[in-house]
Design a protein around this ligand. Sequence first.
Ligand code: GLN
Length: 487
Amino acid sequence: MELIEYSCRDLLSWLERGELTAEGLTRAYLQAIHQRDPRIRAFVYVSEVEALEQARRVDEKRRQGQPLGKLAGLPVAIKDVLCTKGVPTTCCSKILQNFLPPYDAHVIERLKQEDAVLIGKTNMDEFAMGSSTENSAFQITRNPWDLERTPGGSSGGSAAAVAACEAPLSIGSDTGGSIRQPASLCGIVGLKPTYGRVSRYGLVAFASSLDQVGPFGHDVYDVALLLEVIAGHDHRDSTSVPAPVPPYRANLEEAVRPLTIGVAREYFGEGLDAEVEQAVREALNVYRRLGATIKEISLPHSKYAVATYYIVATAEASSNLARYDGVHYGYRAKRFDNMIHMYSRTRGEGFGAEVKRRIMLGTYVLSRGYYEAYYLKALKVRRLIKEDFDRAFAECDVVAGPTSPTPAFKIGEKTANPLAMYLSDIYTISCNLAGIAGISIPCGFTKNGLPIGLQLLAPPFSEDKLLRIARMYERETDWHLRRPKLT
Ligand code: GLN
């Protein structure tokens, strides 16, 4: 195995023992980016100079025997939706091109405090709206397992960066599946924390009641480590919860016993790929062998999740995106006659097609005469979806199923059909509507060598247990050790 292919647990132990320097490690990943990223295109910005400076600072601190942070010397790639002081933050939208935030997001501050090396910003669907990263205004990211296919989205750049071993860790955001779905399609681990677990301060808002920031890594340990760093209360996000952050790695090897896994009937219906279903059922057998009770359950309102999400999320987006007016930041149309004309031309030229579609849908469902019929009704269904999970968690520790109904799809396959694209989040969206925690872990490959992901959903603020349950499976399997051949 090459250095860049190892997981953080190994890399950290070599760094601690002085067998590896942060600078050496950072150079190895920068070299991987130079060699591989022209094909993968995961990064929209590489912080070469700053990353090497940060790495040298970590090495210097270590030489002087100063206390070091939890991520000392580990490169982390950041989805371009998080504000990074002095480093371009575009949301992969023309309207934020050339935007340089004057401050760091809370998550970025935490990474810096723990001595991470911020290696660059990753590609995404514009404003995180999409499931394939094809809605980026700048470039298309390719799946490291098959360059003809998408890495999923919207955090496709962050997932592809880790899968392609261009960074050992990355940060994504998940509003309706944007961490778990690309993790699944790229064969890595991705976790969406409970709503309120990670501060959204400095996260560019898409749908504020659904958005959460979360970690990607090659295995459960790496994701637990990164979650430990980014989770926690922050007074600048009023929805951030002041619950203590458990040391997620401490009890990771402790199996959860007794363990009851709920399998929702609704997650094995029409549209589920046969190979995905088989891999997920095999994974459930692994848990069965480990002594878990597998219980068939029902989440009866699941069939309304996609519709509910596309009302709630677009409503919030239409409001959040009103701020891009050509005055506050970013792009402004060159030619206009008056102020109103300036607004409409700026927004017309600055936003891509999918973002415009969402703004129009969202404005419509909030408008007088339609608000009650759509938005208000969606909020009521959202409550029913949450109550489905409350009932499930009264009898199960987690709910398991496929993360995505299909493995990675071809580039261009769904771009002409927004509904087909929306349906790729059919199993991930409820988790955001209910505000609960979810993880995707590798659970197999198709005959064509495409990764398959297992999704585990858990009650609010039970990430520690969720990670332990994920680790139980990981210990029994070696899917997480595979790396795509990219040399
Ligand atoms: N694919 C979903 C959407 O397009 C979810 C995106 C996300 O989680 N950011 O809205």
